[in-house]
Write a protein that binds this ligand. Structure first.
Ligand code: FES
Length: 166
């Protein structure tokens, strides 16, 4: 799936930027350092918006197209911030065969956010994830730390999502 950039404005702090510059200075000049720089930058910001990619490009001399190519290729890199409520649907095999796809569609329709994106108001984000290790509860989805398992019918998510919709 092609990764899309969010329309939610970037809100990095001066402290985060200071950490990022220190990170670049620490790794700059080391061959192959771009992966650890991107991983640690994501740990600082929680995701890798275009503004952060630009700072890394300026600091390392690695072109924006190369950096964008890396972050859009590897699934570990996230281009969008999480919403206040981060909704994740497990698409591992056990969940998939028990209808996780229909649950993902239902959730997307309810919160009006496509998979891999965050809503314009920042309230919800939606992601399809790999196995989260709760296969006995398949199909499973999460809202932040809240786990919803054995969601037998997609319509069941309507009631589960109510408290987050208010
Ligand atoms: S496949 Fe969904 S929790 Fe393992």
């Amino acid at each position: 799936m092609k990764k899309k950039m969010t329309t939610v404005p970037f809100q990095g702090t001066a402290e985060q930027e200071k950490q990022l510059h220190a990170l670049i200075a620490e790794h700059c000049g080391t061959p192959g350092a771009i992966m650890p720089i991107l991983q640690k930058a994501q740990a600082i910001y929680g995701y890798l918006p275009i503004e952060v990619q630009q700072i890394i490009s300026d600091g390392t001399g690695i072109s924006m197209s190369e950096i964008y190519g890396i972050v859009s290729f590897y699934s570990q890199f996230v281009l969008n911030p999480k919403g206040e409520y981060a909704v994740s649907v497990c698409m591992g095999t056990a969940c998939y065969v028990k209808g996780a796809g229909a649950i993902l569609d239902r959730l997307a329709a309810i919160i009006k956010v496509d998979p891999g994106e965050v809503g314009d108001d920042g309230k919800f984000s939606l992601d399809a994830t790999r196995c989260i290790g709760a296969c006995g509860l398949a199909p499973v989805f999460l809202v932040n730390e809240d786990v919803y398992g054995r969601v037998e019918k997609p319509e069941a998510v309507d009631g589960m999502m109510k408290k987050y919709m208010e």
